[in-house]
Design a protein around this ligand. Sequence first.
Ligand code: ADP
Ligand code: NA
Length: 350
Amino acid sequence: EFKPLVFSGVQPTGNLHLGNYLGAIRKFVALQDNNDCIYCVVDLHSITAQLVHEDLRGQIRSIAAAFIASGIDPEKHIVFNQSAVPQHAELAWIFNCVARIGWMNRMTQFKDKAGKDRENASLGLLAYPSLMAADILVYRATHVPVGDDQKQHLELTRDIAQKFNIDFMAHIRARGYGVDIVVGEEPIHAYFPPVEPLIGGPAPRVMSLRDGTKKMSKSDPSDLSRINLMDDADTILKKIRKAKTDPDALPSEADGLKGRPEAENLVGIYAALSDRSKDEVLAEFGGQQFSAFKPALADLAVTVLSPITGEMRRLMGDTAHIDAILRKGGERARERAEKTMREVREIIGF
Ligand code: ADP
Ligand code: NA
């Protein structure tokens, strides 16, 4: 049996927003009690779409600060940045040789980020999912809390693990590594576990406040489209007041949100922030207009986010402390990752 181990990462690019918090960081915090967790600032990923950053180190520190301010314990679990553990890139290279170009070409995130001029996208952007698979599998992690937008990449991670396991099955067995598992119908002897995404919750994909068909994103040019973790109370209130909605009152059950993406998004955010279901939220607000619901949502968002914002600011004032956490986390991660890589090199025959 593979031992349950949680891994996830966040890119140090642009402002952290409510989608990152509800889709990822809040889940990271909740998983700490019953799991061994590794949380990574994925800086190698951040140069795939944009190569040069003005203050990459500052961005790395701010994600680490957000993790800790949200309640992640870097003593009990591991918090580090990806480039401090070169084994991620080493395994990613091997996975580049396992994965097929066609698999990468099918990724919707690549199509979105590359835009029309695909030939001019970086090779790293195309290979991004292979590095993501390496991030997870270099620890042989089994559970990955992410937003819904990462579902396709995690399916690819499973495909890469499966192909590696099957292609090298004889070598894995001969070296005395791996365990017998069943993937789908097929019994195999596996070195890498099949990874389980942890997506769920009432807001698995937080949408833009300006357009209910687009996800809330760091790269959206409109700052009104997202609530940033560092926004102050007035800004949060303003953005929620300006959020796009429809003229109808809120329904009394979640079924009534169908075909109303903006309403569904705001109710989902309220539910996630208050740890309730959409039905429970609508039992309270059903029949009310957005003019009444929006201030309640803004209040709730400020209540949840402002302690985190305050603590993030405090931590970012102490860069030596953040750097020490990252350094120590990097050492612990490196030790674990190197154990896997020693075995992988042996399995391949290097
Ligand atoms: P972004 O997508 O904003 O550039 P990252 O790629 O660093 O951010 O994603 C960090 C985590 O946040 C991932 O688990 C991702 O699935 C999650 N995430 C990003 N945007 C959203 C969103 N709009 N709703 C829910 N989760 C999201
Ligand atoms: Na993303």
